[in-house]
Design a protein around this ligand. Structure first.
Ligand code: SF4
Length: 384
């Protein structure tokens, strides 16, 4: 990490270790709690309900390594992210999972789920029909009913009931995590953000892999230390990153080593994961449903009104963004369709954009040349 600091480096190492050693964490968690671990695809998975059942929900993510195991199962023109996720299952890297589930988002990741269901032995699997038309007034009642069915399915699998108190407790733990994440991200609005984009990515990625109570305790330690952090690292150009899945820490590190800092993002392994809370009062299932229906949308669900563009512009403004890197997983149609509108809106707001297409492996050297040219252009703009 590049920051010169009085911060206890162990605090950030905790988040990094959780991300890197996610399998070990999950196995130890199982031994410690006797609970089950559920792998989920896509951030529309209602984690609160699983957590209330004593389950640890963990996000299935790829490894960014070359692989040749998915070809018989999934079309090569499906996005690299969903092929990389499936490869992890086929290679046995998630052998500690007791179950898998998905809440409907895009067809590509659903294919990863379906192939996993068919070819990788798992005790439990569940497909949740999360509605696409989230702007419909019928979306929340529809999802509430689907959550009831999911709850019954979990109860049958686990052989025990999930009561409202347990769901309320789970909501409180998850909402606490979101509040703490916001506080950390708020600090990035300042002239000298006390954490780099790489550090922020470690924090948010690890939250998708570990028990939120452990994560909350680590976030509280982090916040106490960040307020005292002495940052001597120059912030450089303030950047935003936009896209679908982006967990490429090496890429973020490369960009920030070129004289820039990522101060905010809109992608589903970043802010879209934690941005919206569950309302605190009332019947728990409709409140959970409402949270997932009203959250910052993935482009697959952002119609007929395009709400994401206004959200991205608001983020760019409040985090004082100077340039945006628009990354796209190759062949990802939902995001590709959003990019022209996003780029136009950002450019009209005076924020230049750099488009980069990501594959399973990221050509860091080639990207570096393009990033350096982009940053040079932004720095020249600042002079005039
Ligand atoms: S990157 Fe695009 S195509 Fe791939 S899983 Fe995400 S939304 Fe679907």
């Amino acid at each position: 990490m590049a920051n010169q600091t009085v911060l206890d480096q162990e605090t950030f190492e905790t988040f990094r270790n959780w991300r890197v050693n996610r399998a070990q964490y999950a196995k130890e968690w199982k031994e410690r709690t006797g609970g089950k671990v559920m792998g989920y695809f896509c951030t529309y998975a209602p984690e609160e309900l699983m957590y209330a059942a004593g389950i640890l929900p963990v996000r299935i993510l790829g490894s960014h390594e070359v692989q040749d195991v998915t070809e018989p199962h999934i079309f090569a023109m499906f996005c690299p992210f969903c092929r990389d996720c499936l490869a992890q299952g086929l290679k046995g890297r998630f052998d500690y999972l007791d179950g898998i589930m998905i809440a409907q988002s895009c067809l590509h990741i659903r294919q990863s789920f379906t192939s996993w269901q068919k070819h990788i032995p798992t005790d439990y699997s569940y497909y949740l029909p999360m509605p696409h038309h989230v702007q419909s007034p019928r979306a929340t009642p529809f999802l509430t009913k689907e959550l009831e069915v999911f709850k019954q399915s979990l109860e049958k699998w686990l052989g025990k009931g999930i009561d409202d108190q347990a769901i309320d407790d789970a909501i409180a733990v998850y909402n606490r995590n979101r509040q703490l994440m916001w506080k950390v991200f708020e600090l990035r609005k300042g002239d000298s953000p006390p954490l780099t984009g790489e550090e922020a990515m470690e924090v948010v990625l690890s939250s998708q892999m570990v028990d939120k109570q452990d994560h909350n305790a680590a976030l509280e330690r982090l916040l106490a230390q960040l307020s005292k952090r002495e940052t001597t690292r120059p912030t450089g150009t303030r950047l935003m990153i936009l896209g679908s899945e982006d967990d490429d820490v090496e890429f973020i590190n490369m960009v920030e080593s070129c004289g820039a800092t990522f101060v905010i993002d809109d992608h589903c392994t970043g802010t879209r994961y934690f941005w919206n809370n569950v309302e605190p009062d009332g019947d728990p299932l409709p409140r959970i449903a409402e949270r997932y229906v009203k959250r910052v949308p993935c482009p697959t669900k952002d119609w007929p009104n395009r709400t994401r563009v206004a959200h991205v512009l608001e983020l760019a403004k409040s985090y004082d963004v100077q340039g945006a890197i628009v990354m796209q997983q190759k062949f990802c149609d939902p995001h590709e369709l959003d990019i022209p509108a996003l780029t136009k809106a950002l450019n009209e707001a005076g924020i230049k954009t750099l488009f980069l297409e990501f594959d399973v492996t990221v050509p860091i050297g080639q990207f570096k040349v393009r990033v350096e040219a982009f940053l040079e252009m932004l720095q020249e703009d600042e002079l005039f």
